[in-house]
Unconditional design. Structure first.
Ligand code: MN
Length: 129
């Protein structure tokens, strides 16, 4: 059994080519086999967000701090805050990010392989909805 306190997790800058604004990753559980469960903390600074993307096996998001949005390609927008849980089905294109005036931290639970990035950023217009 491996034991880690969340305060000891080493957070690193997320790759800038797939995000707008300052985003940090805190790996909570990184599997040897990319098909297995991956548990990643994601810290969004105010206004920061992912690019458009999907997850081959789907994604569960659990918000632990602050607040933000999850937005689907059809424009459906959910405002999320600490304690909220979101499930994105396999292949459903979406983005997530913090509100303009607060940060957001969420756990991302994914499986069955890496995020599939769409070749487009979330524009300011899309962000503002
Ligand atoms: Mn996602």
């Amino acid at each position: 059994m491996d034991f880690t306190n969340s305060g000891d997790i080493e957070w690193e800058e997320a790759p800038a080519d797939h995000f707008t604004g300052a985003v940090r990753f805190g790996p909570h559980y990184s599997p040897q086999d990319p098909d297995d469960l991956n548990v990643l903390g994601v810290h969004f600074s105010p206004g920061a967000r992912t690019d458009w993307h999907s997850h081959p096996g789907g994604q569960v998001i659990y918000v632990t701090e602050g607040g933000g949005f999850v937005v689907k390609e059809d424009g459906e927008r959910a405002e999320i805050t600490a304690g909220d849980v979101v499930h994105a089905p396999p292949g459903e294109v979406h983005w997530h990010g913090a509100r303009a005036n607060t940060h957001m931290v969420h756990l991302s639970l994914t499986w069955r392989g890496a995020t599939v990035w769409e070749p487009r950023k979330v524009t300011d217009e899309e962000y503002e909805g």
